[in-house]
Design a protein around this ligand. Sequence first.
Ligand code: NAD
Length: 247
Amino acid sequence: MVNLNEKVAIVTGGAKGIGQAITRELAKHGVKVVVNYNSSVGSAEKLIAELKEAGSEVYAVQADVSNLEQSRKLVEETINHFGRLDILINNAGITRDKTFKKLSEEDWRTVIDVNLNSVYNTSSAALPHLLESDAGRIINISSIIGQFGGFGQTNYAAAKAGLIGYTKSLALELAKSSVTVNAICPGYIETEMVKEIPEDIREKLISKVPQRRLGQPEEIARGIIYLCQDGDYITGQQLNINGGIYM
Ligand code: NAD
């Protein structure tokens, strides 16, 4: 079992929703966390103040991870501040749901840039440092939508499915190193992203979940701890945390 105390993690989009829960859980386990945010400065400042007050070592870095230069700067600032990097959580993501007929080129490209191209940006910058760790981790937050598709979600599904292929391929390439690469595929989790779905549609979605409820962000965060702490022999996998909606 890996001792997480004193390890250093970057959580992209780590100030809100699932990312915030991941930040909290890692900090609770003694990990020093860089909380990346793009526009959520208020949420980031509040979270940092609260976690520092509780004795955790956390640091916020503004960066748009769809931009390569800013992603490199995010990793550079992490190294400057904490001196090492062990865990990269690629969590930042957006939706721009529209049926394909109505989807603009910009809707397509923006979602692919933020949800998929960002992972090239952060991982390529982080990899040299992760390889120096005795238990490096890359964990990509994909989605059930990348596994079974979603109406009005061609852009999002393409990006999230892309993350799964990327996870397996990079895991193969790094299998002989100490870095594991895995994806977590959440089902419907109670965050702002899901609260944006109109209530009648949301109720229909919940009725399709065998466990008949939304998941909580903390349930994803505990999956992250499992992969970081007990995951030495787990690589190239998709951890489905979804109430049984996709098996
Ligand atoms: P959220 O909107 O609450 O959080 C997303 C975070 O990403 C926000 O903090 C946002 O500021 C950040 N972000 C967006 N664009 C960014 C950028 N360019 N650079 C840096 N940060 C950026 O959503 P969430 O529900 O917490 O989603 C987190 C991840 O989980 C996403 O990748 C999402 O696709 C995935 N996911 C969510 C659900 C769900 O039901 N909520 C299900 C499956 C997968």
